[in-house]
Design a protein around this ligand. Structure first.
Ligand code: CO8
Length: 258
């Protein structure tokens, strides 16, 4: 139900689904795919009927990296003038929580795309890595920065400097993914997580994501200030009154967007 060249999109209830769809290239991220994903994600983000987004690939590959064949002949100046990865910043900046449902390869830009999402669910078949060093380059979509924040210096340095892949269990142990599930259950589980988030009060979900994002980039003191300023205005929402009344009345809350 979409007019994109490289992805499929679908709305299920309050959840927007984006499925990377370049099977001939293991979903390698070329410019067209980047523009398609950014457009789809920002369109879902602008729609208050959408409360969560799922990004997934195929069973074999979430995405095997930036498109090497597209990049191979480029010069350094081309990379700067094309702003080759710049638009991904708009994907990382959507207010709606994004869940990456990863099966198979999530390498290079594919791993970096998963790390731009708020929650990474992995199939037991998932393989993560930053193999750019094998190509004579380094990660360019956040791999040295987000991976280090997710897994710490020791593991990030080993992965980025050797280019080796790690499996789903190791990725969960080191904090890159929130949970590993059987490959056959991945989409159902991702849908459940997305439905749960999408059933909450949207303003509180936006605030929670913004505060979590702030934690990734600021000092504790700054982050606590951010949190306090994000917390207070939620008491002006009808959903806060409803949520707390529902608790007192021992019933499920009925949030305005549900
Ligand atoms: N780019 C372009 N094509 C790809 C890519 C890729 N990243 N990965 C796979 N493909 C293509 C293959 O060329 C092949 O096409 P064809 O059949 O026409 O030869 C097809 O997908 C299937 O792949 P394989 O035959 O290689 O499948 P295997 O099961 O044998 O191997 C692997 C799977 C191990 C995943 C292997 O394909 C591989 O190593 N891929 C490359 C992984 C990689 O190095 N990724 C990092 C890319 S660099 C990067 O992401 C930089 C990020 C910085 C962002 C900068 C953006 C501007």
């Amino acid at each position: 139900t979409s007019n994109y060249e490289t992805i499929l999109t679908e709305t299920r209830g309050r959840v927007g689904w984006i499925t990377l769809n370049r099977p001939e290239a293991l979903n390698a991220l070329n410019a067209q795919l980047m523009h398609d994903v950014v457009h789809a994600a920002t369109t879902f983000d602008a729609n208050p009927a959408i409360g969560a987004i799922v990004v997934t690939g195929s069973e074999r590959a979430f995405a095997a990296g930036a498109d090497i064949k597209e990049m191979e002949s480029k010069s350094g100046l081309d990379m700067i003038m094309d702003d080759h990865f710049g638009p991904w910043a708009r994907f990382a900046a959507v207010r709606t929580p994004v869940i990456a449902a990863v099966s198979g390869y999530a390498l290079g830009g594919g791993c970096e795309l998963a790390m731009m999402c708020d929650i990474v669910l992995a199939a037991d078949t998932a393989k993560f890595g930053q193999p750019e060093i094998n190509l004579g380059v380094i990660p360019g979509m956040g791999g040295t920065q987000r991976l280090l924040r997710a897994v710490g210096y020791a593991k990030a340095a080993e992965l980025v400097l050797t280019g080796r892949m790690m499996g789903a269990e190791e990725a969960e142990r080191c904090g890159l993914v929130s949970r590993v599930v059987a490959a056959s259950d991945l989409l159902e589980e991702a849908g459940k997580v997305a439905d749960t988030i999408a059933s909450k009060s949207l303003p509180s979900v936006y605030a929670a994501k913004a505060a979590l994002d702030a934690a990734m980039e600021t000092s504790l003191a700054e982050g606590l200030r951010f949190e306090r300023h994000a917390f207070a205005p939620l008491f002006d929402t009808a959903d806060q009154k409803e949520g707390m009344a529902a608790f007192r009345e021992k019933r499920a809350p009925n949030f305005g967007n549900a």
